[in-house]
Design a protein. Sequence first.
Length: 375
Amino acid sequence: MGKIILTGDRPTGRLHLGHYVGSLRRRVELQNSGEFDRIFIMIADAQALTDNADNPEKVRQNIIEVALDYLSAGLDPERATLFIQSQVPELCELAFYYMNLVTVQRLQRNPTVKAEITLRGFAEGAVEGDTAQRPGIPVGFFTYPISQASDITAFKATTVPAGEDQEPMIEQTREIVHKFNAVYGPTLVEPEILLPDNVACMRLPGTDGKAKMSKSLGNCIYLSDTAEEVRKKVMGMYTDPDHLRVEDPGKVEGNTVFTYLDAFCREEHFAKYLPDYASLDELKEHYRRGGLGDVKVKRLLIAVLNETLEPIRARRKEYEGRIGEVYEILRKGSETARATAAETLREVRRAMKIDYFEDRELIEEQARHYARKAE
Ligand code: TRP
């Protein structure tokens, strides 16, 4: 059986470097490796609505941003199917069947859902009155792990390149597949998550050193940032707060500039931008010893980031002049995705024996039954 990728992003904003090193760069490499039979990349607008119900326009406007980021990063519509989740209604049908295979209790234990319940839901053990101020959990949000299982299984994906935050979703998907196959016979494929292979890429911190890049914290560097924006953001980046003078010894662990270098810097960058050092290890060594200023390290990072982003910016500029074509790519991709999902749905309905009109045996058997009865 072939290898198939499905992955995607919620269109709630432009994609940033965290998305890039966490998954997008990998997708492009996998696409170019030729190792996969099919690659589906989904813009998860319906999922984005599960916690943006009050702001549908944000989701609508960001579909093009994510599409532009995909194409600029090097996803190629000839080799990968780019599509919009809501345009594949088969996904909803599949989710509706899966809902019978998952308990409320299991969803409450999903770490992502659980975190949200703590934040805005009824606290465990609380009496109702305690939580009057909390907005509550939309049912759609509560069940989105099930919807995500449909996204993945509708395409019989074997491989989901994603960040570690997606692990609980893939785990839940595997459970659903297992349960479905046990109840209805082997039909669905259990997917595996493909995580970034380096810790720095696993969860790239924000420029302020906070655990995660996030739009609401304003600590992101976007794929679409200009060279000047990148320069400013890096110059303002969090380093080692105890590294006050150049001669002081500095800490590399938890130092955001070095974490970014871990994620982006390659040996050849040194010959090009900082030939006094042969490798990142040498640079770190000097920083630890003392005598190496933050600015020098930041300049290297600026050069490396801008080298990485330059071709992405150039492609984005081109696509920005062809918005109609980008929507056409998404329309065609959505049609292709729909055909694939519909094929899986046919198999699912057959396995569930709800394909009544195709089920000659059912019809004939019942006809015989009533014929006997009439004798
Ligand atoms: N949950 C993902 C995110 O928040 C988006 C997503 C939806 C997804 N369906 C998916 C990712 C299926 C991988 C596979 O970014």
